[in-house]
Design a protein around this ligand. Structure first.
Ligand code: FES
Length: 193
């Protein structure tokens, strides 16, 4: 009987102790989440690469699309883009494409035959005419002439002329040092706008 009373008292005291203990709190705290910190340290330790990180190594769980570097050489569809071909000089046209045109030099009263792969100035000089020129590169107006039946671009191809405006060429002005004929025409040499 005494044992039962002692057991009951002990049990009551134990229960009270437990209730009081949890009422005050255990003062236990969960460890702070350091997973993000670890991920960042790992990312800093991995050298930079030019290809996308695999999903399982990307910070924050990943899943987002990663742009591929070097896009300048690839198009939107991923295919290589070709560079614009440079304009080819008529002087380099294949021999079987060369045509010959009659150019009447109005002031000289003579007609010369000029191939489509040579300039009017070069051919006129070959034929013994002393025409004006300076740079021979389409950058001044020394060699300028006027095509009576203009526009100039209907009669010649200018290769790298940098002097005349579209309007001036529309009026028939040409630079004989860089003009390759594509038709017969009459030319007044020594004429500038
Ligand atoms: S010589 Fe200069 S543009 Fe022809």
């Amino acid at each position: 009987m005494v044992d039962l009373v002692a057991f009951g008292i002990a049990a009551a005291l134990t229960g009270m102790f437990v209730v009081l203990h949890f009422a005050n709190g255990t003062e236990w705290e969960a460890n702070p989440d350091i997973s993000q910190e670890i991920l960042e340290k790992r990312a800093a330790a991995v050298p930079e690469t030019s290809f996308p990180e695999p999903m399982n190594r990307s910070i924050g769980g990943g899943g987002g699309a990663v742009a591929i570097e070097g896009g300048a050489e690839t198009g939107e569809d991923g295919e290589l883009e070709e560079a614009e071909p440079e304009e080819q000089s008529p002087a380099e046209m294949p021999e079987d494409e060369i045509e010959y045109h009659e150019i009447e030099l109005a002031k000289q009263g003579e007609t010369i035959e000029v191939a489509s792969n040579e300039t009017i100035l070069d051919k006129a000089e070959d034929e013994g005419f002393d025409l004006p020129y300076a740079c021979r590169q389409g950058q001044c107006v020394s060699c300028a002439g006027h095509i009576e039946d203009g526009p100039a671009e209907d009669h010649v191809i200018h290769y790298e002329q940098e002097t005349f405006t579209d309007e001036e060429m529309e009026e028939g002005y040409t630079l004989t040092c860089v003009a390759y004929p594509i038709a017969d025409f009459t030319l007044e040499t020594g004429e500038a706008p």
